[in-house]
Design a binder for this molecule. Sequence first.
Ligand code: PEP
Ligand code: MG
Length: 580
Amino acid sequence: MKKLTGIAASPGIAYGKAFLYVEDSFAGITRYSIREDQIEGELRRLEEASARAAAEMRELYERARSEMGQEQAAIVSAHLMMLEDEEYLEQIRNRLRANLENIEWVIRDHSLEMARLLSGAADPYLRERSADITDVSRRLIQALLPVKRLALSDLEEDVILVAHDLLPSELLSAPQGRIKGIVMDAGSRTSHTAILAQSFGIPAVLGLSSVTKEIAPGDTVAVDGIAGEVALNPAERTLSRYRAASSRYQKNLEGLLSSRELPAETKDGYRVRLEANIEAPEEAAQALRFGAEGIGLYRSEFLFLRPGESAEEETQYRAYSQVIEMMAGRPVTIRTIDLGGDKVNPLLRDSGEKNPLLGWRAIRFCFSHPELFKTQLRAILRASANGKVNIMFPMISGVEDLEKALALLEEAKGECRKRRQSFDERIEAGTMIEVPSAALTADILAKKSAFFSIGTNDLIQYTVAADRGNERVNYLAQPSHPAVLRLLKMIIQAAHARGIRAAMCGELAGDIKAAPLLLGLGLDEFSMNAALIPQIKGVIRETTLSACKDLAERALACETGREATALVNAWFAANPSGAV
Ligand code: PEP
Ligand code: MG
């Protein structure tokens, strides 16, 4: 048996026969030259194919809407928009006129070039969009070809899908229920494939680099989407362990999902709030499905990263209002633009930063673009008239940053008043604590913040000085490092001393093993990937605050992260909780 470890992208456990899906997107397309007098004919073929492909996409959209859900429909709708995008079609037409090649070849070349460009982008969101452009181009080419290719829609048995980089529309086209698990060379937790896998409840392990080379068709594959592990051809004994774990997981999940309406409360009555992190408005549906009590982090910068979107005030207002309406009275915390670092849009592309993660990022970037910032603040303010909204500022490094951000918020309020645009006058503005200098001055920041939200992804990387995206130094980024635990304690205490709530929206909030520790440290709100909410709730409901406080105290006394981790592991072994 061979075991591979990748990114745990969608929880659950599955096993079955491998279906290797390693189709070359553009195999079988030949290139031939055309004469100038044939250009018109090729352009006509393009128009007809684009209309046919759009009709197919519309059908798929209707199916997604009625059978699947809003998120899936939104992905198809985005592809449909791309397919009908005049700029995209014009680029293909121009290329055809310049290169005098058959239209299939022109689309293929254009798609490969765009995908290459996007996949080299520093921003992970843009990198993932390269799959979207390949998907759309492939559909267009298929509409041009006389014979249809074999697709996932032809699957007739249950399989574990093994792919290099599965496209969202391919996953959508597979018959519901046939795909039991997904393993992929590419992909990350934020890729659309991961989002879809979670919403279908399909366990997935992504980012395995070369899994398509390790697995042969028909191999038995076990997928553990919780641990991020894949077992190839496991022995019968191991397989039966996976079987047992899978049915345990299913049973637990049903129990946990049915506990959706139950409070996240410990046995001794300590109540916390569990909320969801989202990057796009359509993810709010997923948040509700898993019982989120609100949106604890809406990463609004993703609105500014979608290719071709200008994110004007009205676009933003609509996006924020959509989330607020869907959440029906539950609070929505909108984080102001956190561009920069690894999230680069055209405004930042040529900034020539030597150390982007330590540079012109988030609130610092907004201070250099006050109009852009105030436009966003006005959009958020106006949306606050439609429901409960909180504003949150990222990468605050000290009270001067916060004062400046609050002053700009006041200016934006003034502008709204002048324009007679209503907003919630009691809107709360909180501070993300994700820079060590903010953590160390949390007592000062608490005086001017309505709440704190701890961004552990950044806080940990800056505390141990290890780039969160660099796998070579990743071992240093231990949440249980004494420095991190001390900072967490300091932040939460500073919040409570001023009577404000301490939330957390970094990945640590969705880490089952961290939950008792965070409860013990006094965290009030946990915001995470929605699919993790049931398990975290399970852990909380199975424990007591006093046991957690005791654990936190002992963890704080540890001299190394490893020691604290061992302590937590021993605690879990001694306190079998609702965790699956
Ligand atoms: C964080 O840093 O923990 C956080 C939630 O923000 P982001 O991951 O978007 O940087
Ligand atoms: Mg951050």
